[in-house]
Write a protein that binds this ligand. Structure first.
Ligand SMILES: O=C(CO)[C@@H](O)[C@H](O)[C@H](O)[C@H](O)COP(=O)(O)O
Ligand SMILES: [Zn+2]
Length: 195
């Protein structure tokens, strides 16, 4: 077993966190502000992504619907990643590229917010969801990595949180850190206490 892999993952993570602490403050504040506005206006958050990012979408929705660090009323959020019947029927009858966009079409309303997560910024189903959200009049927050990919260029994106780094797992670790920070900021703004 190569123990260098352990120290490398830890140290790379520390260095990436240090870089992000310098670059992500403004986009994190903007993203939190859009989330708060959406929720205060009676809107909801729809979250999507593939693989580890699907887990991140669900993790974030659970923290809003149930709780993060304080007990408060539930906040409206739905992950588009967990209904096997919905996802398999859309993929089977239409295409895998439409598994999120079809759900955005069905559930999204003007004033709602899409959280689109892709480490490569290249996932067609996530890009299609952002396009559909734009058609409906929803804002989108994008979490990407690497150079942001095609997703990062999409004109429907209101706030872009990019982790400018090559390794997918390290990007995902920063994404979940960003999502936890967003939960803190939202709870603090809406309920006056992040801890
Ligand atoms: O968790 C990991 C790798 O750390 C994988 O499951 C990863 O999420 C999957 O390969 C995804 O399909 C990648 O999609 P994306 O982040 O490029 O949109
Ligand atoms: Zn992963």
């Amino acid at each position: 077993m190569n123990s260098d892999l352990i120290s490398q993952a830890m140290l790379d993570g520390i260095e990436l966190r240090r870089q992000c602490s310098e670059t992500l403050t403004e986009p994190l504040l903007s993203a939190a502000s859009i989330i708060v506005k959406c929720l205060q206006g009676g809107g909801k958050i729809l979250a999507c992504g593939n693989g580890g990012s699907a887990a991140d979408a669900q993790h974030f929705a659970a923290e809003l619907v149930n709780r993060f660090e304080i007990n408060r009323r539930g906040l409206a959020a739905v992950a588009l990643t967990h209904d096997a019947s919905v996802i398999t029927s859309i993929a089977n009858d239409f295409s895998f590229d439409q598994i999120f966009s079809r759900q955005v079409e069905a559930l999204g309303r003007p004033g709602d917010l899409l959280l689109a997560i892709s480490t490569s910024g290249a996932s067609r189903n996530v890009i299609a969801a952002v396009e559909k959200a734009g058609e409906i009049g929803m804002n989108t927050i994008a979490l990407t990595g690497k150079n942001g990919g095609e997703l990062g260029q999409n004109s429907n994106i209101s706030v872009h949180l990019n982790i400018d780094y090559g390794s997918t797992p390290r990007i995902q670790e920063m994404h979940i850190t960003c999502l936890h920070i967003l939960c803190s900021l939202v709870d603090d703004d809406l309920f006056g206490g992040a801890s």
